[in-house]
Ligand binder design. Structure first.
Ligand SMILES: [Zn+2]
Length: 264
């Protein structure tokens, strides 16, 4: 089975883990800028992180068999107000890099005005540059998940942001229909605080009509299995009797099309 992991925090992985993931069949990945950094770092710290992703992670992962693409964002937390403004100003210059395929993680978690302002500012940049966005939403376990997810959808609608350029990540069952009904892509994030690989397989089996809208990603991975959520979900889908075409629509065709990835 061909696999791309379209939301993998690969910078947190050890080289050996990247190699094992590659041997498990993951050929491509999208490395997003996380929605949160440690407190009080400067804009320059963020720029260094972007450059590390683009100059180091892309090449290092390629040497281990995984073609990595990057999305950039200004994290919701970690920068003071001045640094946020500086980072937003500098971001368009970095978006021209050939390995950058979009913005993300942008979005909201607690749903507070600070987050919403930053979300709108980053949507404006994405729209200007015609880039897709990875939208972070609260984890399914957080009590505000459904409410904030609806708030995020309202922001996207009020900004008239094209839904075909949106993937809502960190989907839970409670907010699944709200997300899918927008026509956007829906990311099933298989991670210790989100869905399990078996949940993703069940959702894929349950909603054949939505398969062109689904992505499966690993975020930080699930429990002791580390970052192997996508290969595990493939195993779960095979156990449910899903055929290769159906599986690869989700693990290969959809991420390649959505992010317009230069991978063959
Ligand atoms: Zn993430």
């Amino acid at each position: 089975m061909r696999m791309i992991d379209p939301h993998l925090h690969l910078d947190r992985m050890k080289g050996k883990e990247v190699e094992t993931l590659s041997m498990a069949g993951v050929e491509g990945a999208v490395l997003p800028t996380p929605h949160m950094l440690q407190w009080m770092v400067s804009a320059e710290t963020l720029f260094r992180m972007w450059r590390m992703f683009l100059d180091f992670e892309v090449k290092h992962s390629a040497s281990l068999g995984i073609k990595v693409f990057v999305t950039l964002s200004v994290p919701f937390y970690g920068l003071d107000t001045e640094s946020v403004a500086e980072a937003l100003k500098a971001m368009p210059g970095y978006l021209d890099h050939p390995s950058v395929v979009g913005l993300g993680e942008i979005g909201m978690d607690a749903g507070i005005p600070d987050e919403e302002r930053l979300f709108r500012a980053q949507l404006a940049i994405a729209r200007e540059q015609g880039k897709p966005v990875i939208v972070h939403t609260p984890t399914p376990l957080e009590p505000q998940a459904v409410e904030v997810c609806r708030q995020i959808i309202k922001v996207l609608e009020s900004e008239r942001f094209p839904m075909d350029k949106v993937v809502f990540d960190h989907t839970g069952r409670a907010s699944f229909r709200d997300r899918i009904d927008t026509g956007a892509m829906v990311g099933l994030s298989l991670c210790y605080d989100k869905l399990r690989p078996e949940d993703a397989a069940e959702i894929v089996a349950e909603y054949p009509q939505f398969r062109s809208q689904l992505l499966i990603n690993s975020e930080f991975g699930y429990a002791a299995d580390g970052y192997f959520s996508v290969p595990r979900s493939v195993l779960s889908m095979r156990r449910l009797g899903l055929k290769r075409d159906a599986i690869e629509t989700i693990t290969w065709d959809n991420p390649k099309r959505f992010f317009d990835l230069d991978i063959d």
